[in-house]
Design a protein around this ligand. Structure first.
Ligand code: NAD
Ligand code: MG
Length: 300
């Protein structure tokens, strides 16, 4: 059952969404949101837009599911047109998002493909710019996470794929996008609590999330003279396919979220308003910052 609640009525956040225990539910990478139990809440029935991104042209990676999907739904309801990137095997999830965006009368353009390829990242940005008729909101959400108990179990291939997906792709996409972005544009990158409190099982993933913080702070200084702002969202545990498809062991999925003060995972819908805020002109004096959405497990 979908765990959707009203995001606007005052209520106890501890009781707002499902808490552990959760059923074991292994999925192959990259996983599908549509097969999770309980289904995640991406704001499908709840997010209300106020036209804060009217006419904006957004490229969102990882747009089919999880935090990216929640951001896309919110952006569309705020009036943006969106290019969605994801992996081809996630087309079923992506189609659900496209329907929701089109229901708002906004453009949803699917450009699936593997961000581990520099050539594809360049093509993605070029096509997004062309098909949207511009590009002024870049939101990098795609990521890969594979839990391993021992350093001996992490192959060079895994290490390489994690860095390619989480760090190199970010560099390639930003490099291609910055020259195309007008004054007032915003870039939002996605780090993690893992940048500050790395788990012993995420020896390759956690440092990619630290790299995203440093990269984004450096980029924010470099592009500010062009009138472009860059900020970072650092989520805590969120109920998404990334986690059930090998991001955690199935044993940890059963108790997922119990380690944070809120004693439950976040639902993607709870992260979307932060992306909206950082995208809009409302955040005009904010750049180079990292914002935790962590269920009380605060950033340093
Ligand atoms: P998710 O599985 O819904 O999203 C990750 C997406 O990354 C996938 O949907 C997929 O489209 C994309 N992706 C992965 N490899 C790709 C590749 N090679 N090419 C193109 N796309 C690729 O899970 P999510 O949790 O919403 O993850 C979104 C972001 O949030 C990730 O960067 C993740 O590191 C970060 N994050 C998640 C959590 C959490 O607990 N779920 C916590 C902190 C940070
Ligand atoms: Mg997905």
């Amino acid at each position: 059952m979908m765990s959707q609640t009203n995001q606007y009525d005052m209520q106890n956040p501890l009781e707002q969404y499902p808490k552990p225990d959760f059923p074991k539910q292994p999925q192959p990478v990259p996983g599908l949101a549509g097969e999770m139990d309980p289904l995640p809440d991406h704001g499908e029935t709840s997010y209300k837009g106020f036209g804060r991104l009217k006419g904006r042209k957004a490229l969102v990676t990882g747009a089919d599911s999880g935090i990216g999907r929640a951001a896309v739904i919110a952006f569309a309801r705020e009036g943006a047109d969106i290019v969605l990137n994801y992996l081809p095997e996630e087309d079923a999830d992506a189609d659900e998002v496209v329907k929701l965006v089109e229901a708002e009368g906004r453009k949803a353009i699917k450009i699936p493909g593997d961000l581990k390829s520099e050539a594809f990242c360049q093509e993605l940005v070029r096509k997004a710019h062309e098909q949207l008729g511009g590009l002024d909101l870049l939101v990098n959400v795609a990521g890969r996470q594979t839990s391993q108990q021992d350093i001996a179990d992490i192959t060079t291939e895994q290490f390489d794929e994690t860095f390619k997906t989480n760090v190199y792709a970010l560099f390639w996409i930003c490099k291609a996008a910055v020259p195309l972005m007008p004054e007032g544009s915003t870039i939002i990158n996605t780090s993690s609590i893992q940048a500050y409190q790395p788990s012993e099982t995420l020896l390759d993933y956690a440092p990619t999330k630290s790299a995203i913080v440093a990269f984004s702070k450096a980029l924010s200084k470099q592009v500010l003279p062009k009138g472009i702002r860059v900020n970072v969202v650092a989520p805590g545990p969120f109920w998404t396919p990334l986690q059930v498809s090998g991001g955690q062991t199935q044993g940890k999925i059963e108790v997922f979220g119990s380690e944070v003060p809120m004693k439950r995972p976040g639902q993607p819908a709870e992260c979307a308003p932060m992306y909206v805020f950082l995208a809009t002109q409302e955040s005009s004096y904010i750049t180079g910052e990292v914002f935790g959405v962590t269920g009380g497990n605060t950033l340093p």
